[in-house]
Design a protein around this ligand. Structure first.
Ligand SMILES: [Zn+2]
Length: 308
């Protein structure tokens, strides 16, 4: 075990990525509830970069703070992200190798969404952060949809184009869709990577047709730190946000979505939601009591003797 982590440390050091020197911005208001009182949960991430993780005292949202600017994240995704994840796991992970995993995921998630697709006849689909398009291509084929992928990584979008999907190399918050609407919007393994979850959900609300469906999933932060029995090991600079069932439901309700069904994936780490447009419920935030409960649990995990 000690050898494995020493090797990992060396592999990450060999990338020579200076996280501390990257331009960052401090966040002064919570992206979910607008609150301004935060608690620091961790000072390092799983790569041992000096990244601080905060939790909002009012709603329990967990996020990196300060966090890299959009430009710094752009450079991170261009050259560091996949090599860093590869160094962490000790095997090559790139746009090609992730496709087998994405295919398996696509098959599983298509079954989850199928009953809702049957209840109306959707024609168009937008995949936000759709990467190489594997998931979008599977959904498009299964459900007879015209698929569009929007993703800021040009190399990954190229793969998606080869699968016969319409592709847009841009950020969803920036792109001008004009009057276009989509019957299905999917945000797969992406929400934790966004810089503005509220802004993206507001955008989705405009882009979805009246009877449209939103499919979105999270890595459950609680499951991640309980699984590793470590808060730091559940943090990675690739994820500006750490959502839980409570905070994701609060995001969806306050952004005007009704959650039709939620589901734990087979790995128990990802939670998926199927949603429809509803009335925005601005009071849908977590209670202060539930925030205290999470903070107590985090302190308990941090103070426990470290397991090898
Ligand atoms: Zn908050």
């Amino acid at each position: 075990m000690a050898t494995v982590s020493a090797d990992r440390k060396e592999r990450i050091a060999a990338l020579d990525y200076d996280y501390a020197a990257q331009p960052k911005q401090p966040l002064t208001s919570c992206n979910l509830c607008g609150g301004s009182q935060f608690v620091i949960l961790a000072h390092r991430d799983r790569y041992r970069y000096p990244a601080q993780t905060h939790a909002c005292r009012r709603c329990g949202l967990v996020f990196l703070n300060p966090r890299m600017t959009a430009e710094a994240y752009g450079r991170f995704y261009e050259g560091i992200y996949r090599p860093l994840v590869s160094a962490f796991h000790g095997r090559l992970i790139d746009a090609r190798t992730i496709q087998a995993e994405q295919r398996e995921y696509a098959v599983e998630r298509a079954e989850f969404i199928r009953p809702f697709i049957r209840s109306f006849t959707p024609k168009t689909m937008l995949d936000i952060g759709g990467s190489t398009g594997v998931v979008a291509a599977h959904f498009a084929q299964e459900f007879g949809l015209d698929g569009t992928v929007i993703d800021p990584a040009p190399l990954e979008v190229e793969h998606a184009q080869r699968l016969g999907l319409e592709t847009i190399a841009d950020l969803v918050e920036q792109h001008d869709f004009g009057t276009r609407r989509f019957d299905v919007v999917i945000i797969c393994q992406t929400v934790d990577h966004l810089l503005d979850v509220s802004g993206t959900l507001a955008r989705v609300r405009q882009l979805l047709s009246d009877n449209g469906l939103l499919f979105i999933d999270i890595v459950d932060f609680r499951a991640a730190y309980l699984r590793n029995w470590s808060v730091e090991d559940a943090i990675k600079i690739d994820h500006p946000y750490y959502l839980t069932e409570r905070t994701m439901i609060a995001y969806l309700r306050s952004s005007g979505f009704d959650v039709l069904r939620s589901d734990y994936a087979a790995d128990h780490l990802h939670v998926s939601y199927v949603c429809r447009l509803g009335m925005a419920d601005v009071k849908a935030m977590s209670s202060a009591a539930s925030v205290e409960e999470m903070l107590r649990e985090v302190r308990f995990v941090q103070n426990a003797p470290h397991r090898m």
